[in-house]
Write a protein that binds this ligand. Sequence first.
Ligand code: SAH
Ligand code: SF4
Length: 390
Amino acid sequence: MTSATQSVASIDPFVLLQQEPAGSTVPQQKLFGLDRTALIQLFAELGEKPYRGRQLADALYKQRVAHLDEITTLPFALREKLSAAGWQIGRPTIAESFKSIDGTERYLIQTAAQSVETVWMPEGDDGAEFSDEEGNPAASGWKRATICVSSQIGCAVNCQFCLTAKLGLQRSLTPGEIAGQVVAVLARHGVELNKQRVNLVFMGMGEPFLNYDNFMAAVRLLIEEVGIAAPRMTVSTSGIVPGILRFAEEPVRPKLAISLNAPNDEVREAIMPINRKWDIAAVLDAVRKIPFKPRERVTFEYVMLGGVTDQPEHAEQVIRLVRRANLPAMVNLIAWNPGPGIAYSSPTADSVAAFQKQLLAAGIQTYIRRPRGRDIYAACGQLKRTTEAT
Ligand code: SAH
Ligand code: SF4
């Protein structure tokens, strides 16, 4: 494990993704990522009874085993049989971690060929939708924690203010790689989900709705096998309309956040080129197709860029936009987190506070997202390009 001081001092922001050394072992078939039905099927093919599949699912997702030989519920001979057939657990592993002074931890999680980023935030991130006042005090001192999960390595959407965009899209993650980030972090902290409250935000690297099938398969694994309830999860999208429309049809799904980020189409187009494909009205039309539950709300994330989106007239436009949207909504203000090579400026604390006040006065529920782990490049939009020089 790397301490914050060491890691920050030696960060080279332009180090590209870590690659596994050439000649490293070719991945075998991975059990992690398969659901219960697939595991039962696998055992059927090996001439084994269905309950073995259930035992394996529990070992992978509840007991969080990392190696076949830790699965003591399966007889030795059966583990040997699996291994001989080329099966391994194959859960992503935490390769490196960086700890912030505020308790946030950023992990580089090793997948097949590259690493991906996951963030652990004890005590959530103070965004209201993630807070939960019923939480019981947990043995380890935190009442609730939020895990920020990546859905792709890099991102193709190219938002001008986002560091992840600088990578372009490297590749999409598999369901096992997405759910595996969560299980690896739960295992690291020894989390007991029946006692400790964990929320998931799919707000790490990548655009979840451009990796829709794998993202939703991971969500189902996390709900059905790992045991995290759907309302504890929030997915954020930059406004991929076909994805939102599919999401609206899901019988069980996380909550939704939309990266609005601008007060009007003109500004949004300048900072989020995707707005040319799906403008604000198109995104809102799609969101209106979602059958919201009684107290559910959509979150509009709003990145505040100094001078660009943080002025009082912008707040006025946001108020009109949110009213016209006619949706159960709330606004989450995010002060822009700087990144190397991005020429925006952070808003002042006063302008963020004034913006919130203006929206609140108009009756719009508005929260300020506290930046977490800025010192270790773990805050919103800071993921990637910040590994230690090797
Ligand atoms: N791709 C998805 C989810 C990941 S980004 C999306 O864009 O919604 C999660 C949030 O971080 C988004 O709301 C995004 O607008 C915001 N963000 C990106 N870069 C940021 C930065 N440098 N500072 C603050 N927020 C940022
Ligand atoms: Fe991709 Fe989201 Fe960053 Fe835009 S803000 S580039 S969609 S990760």
